[in-house]
Design a binder for this molecule. Structure first.
Ligand code: NDP
Length: 398
């Protein structure tokens, strides 16, 4: 049915490649390209069957990307490199009139700030070129955004209160590790908290608001209000929302390490001089921390991510909780990666499938909640991320 170019051979790229390779009727030709070609080759070898072609590319370099796209001629580029590369890859897609999908919004390297404004600014150019950009098609953003769209479409007349809850109850046996790229992860969780209420953004100190929440099959876990990128597009696309928040669980041990890392300056993003050369502390830290892609082997337990929603249906107040639980061990058996890479890579594959099947295909730049959620929801059940619904339960939210 179609040709895809995957950019980025990390944990998420590994899952995307595995899942696409297993669907030859949808993904007829697949190329995996990344900064380090040997990593692409290792993934391709593991998948076998000559399903995956590989290439080297520096995704910060638009001419290199353009050349690769012109040579391979994909129908869609799936960006699972880092958020820093979103704009260069979108530029190359524009130049070659190729559609685009990613899982994380653009972040400038020298400023720990993620916002959709840079990517939304491509709206007219993508529209005029007749190509599609699907933004934020991982789990959160991604599945959580589609869960919200599905709830609004099928279970509510109006949604008023949205709480996205993200629990990782897994144990990887390391004193400290991040579940996806450490640089991106630490930048995300150490910034100030922010949520939407009564038509405006409200800020908190980092991790200031927290409480125990009960997760299905897991139990109570301390959950911290943090800012997360899907809130920005969801409040825009669902204007009936009076409040939208995001909660993530962290263990005490993780938070203690994080505090020390920050206090000693290792989370810094400004270059410093070390032995005559410039280094960026957080990039050096990444080099000494465990590689998230290697955590899978000993990872036990599961993740539970979902949306807790309150609103009105047929004039009556109702509550609704939709979630997926994903086992680290099961994810590892299937793809050799832990559940955080798995829960991101599977939706990216499904989004690409939606595009190639013509179900999520329209000129312009869109967040995933702007498409029909139904075929995507069906595919989640089919391809490894089954979801569950609870109606009129206590959402534990005031
Ligand atoms: P990794 O760090 O494991 O992988 C990133 C890959 O991108 C690496 O292979 C890296 O190459 C490659 N890369 C980095 N810079 C360049 C470049 N300039 N040119 C070409 N390739 C490059 O990250 P993850 O797989 O954990 O995460 C991938 C993406 O998924 C990130 O954007 C992350 O934010 C996002 N994500 C989204 C989630 C969601 O739910 N929406 C959840 C988790 C992650 P090299 O190997 O040479 O370093």
């Amino acid at each position: 049915m179609g040709k895809v170019l995957i950019i980025g051979a990390g944990g998420v790229g590994t899952v995307v490649a595995h899942k696409m390779a297993a669907l030859p009727e949808v993904f007829t030709d697949i190329m995996l390209a990344s900064r380090t070609k040997s990593k692409c080759d290792a993934i391709a070898r593991k998948i076998g069957g000559n399903r995956i072609k590989t290439a080297q590319v520096d995704a910060d370099n638009v001419p290199q990307l353009v050349e690769l796209i012109r040579t391979f001629k994909p129908d869609l580029v799936v960006n699972v490199a880092l958020p820093y590369q979103d704009l260069t890859i979108m530029d190359a897609c524009l130049e070659t009139e190729t559609s685009y999908l990613d899982t994380a919004n653009y972040e400038p390297k020298n400023e720990a700030k993620f916002e959709y404004k840079w990517q939304w600014a491509y709206q007219n150019r993508f529209k005029e070129a007749g190509i599609t950009a699907i933004l934020g098609c991982g789990f959160d953003p991604g599945v959580t955004s589609v869960f919200t769209a599905y709830a609004a479409k099928h279970h509510f007349d109006e949604i008023h209160y949205l709480d996205i809850v993200d629990c990782n109850a897994g144990e990887h046996g390391k004193a400290f590790a991040t579940n996806f790229n450490p640089e991106i992860n630490i930048r995300e969780v150490t910034q100030r908290g922010k949520y939407w209420e009564d038509g405006q953004w409200k800020e908190t100190a980092p991790h200031e608001i927290h409480k125990p929440l009960n997760y299905p099959n897991i139990g109570p876990k301390e959950s911290y209000l943090i800012y997360h990128e899907e809130l920005e597009s969801l409040v825009k696309n669902f204007p009936t929302l009076k409040r939208a928040r995001f909660w993530m669980t962290f263990g005490q041990e993780y938070l203690t390490h994080l505090r020390v890392i920050q206090n000693i300056g290792m989370a810094g993003i400004e270059p410093i001089m070390y032995e005559g050369r410039e280094i960026v502390p957080i990039q050096f830290l990444k080099a000494v921390l465990p590689n998230p892609g290697d955590l899978g082997e000993n990872y036990k337990g599961e993740t539970s991510i979902g949306c807790r929603i309150r609103g009105k249906k047929d004039g009556k107040e109702k509550t609704y909780y939709i979630y997926n639980n994903c086992s680290h061990e099961v994810a590892y058996q299937e793809t050799g990666t832990q559940a955080v890479s798995y829960t991101t890579g599977v939706p990216a594959m499904i989004g690409a499938m939606m595009y190639l099947q013509g179900l999520w295909k329209k000129p312009g730049v869109f967040n995933v909640e702007e498409f029909n959620p139904d075929p995507f929801m069906e595919a989640l059940n089919q391809y490894g991320l089954p979801w569950h619904e609870l109606h009129n339960v206590d959402l534990e939210m005031d």
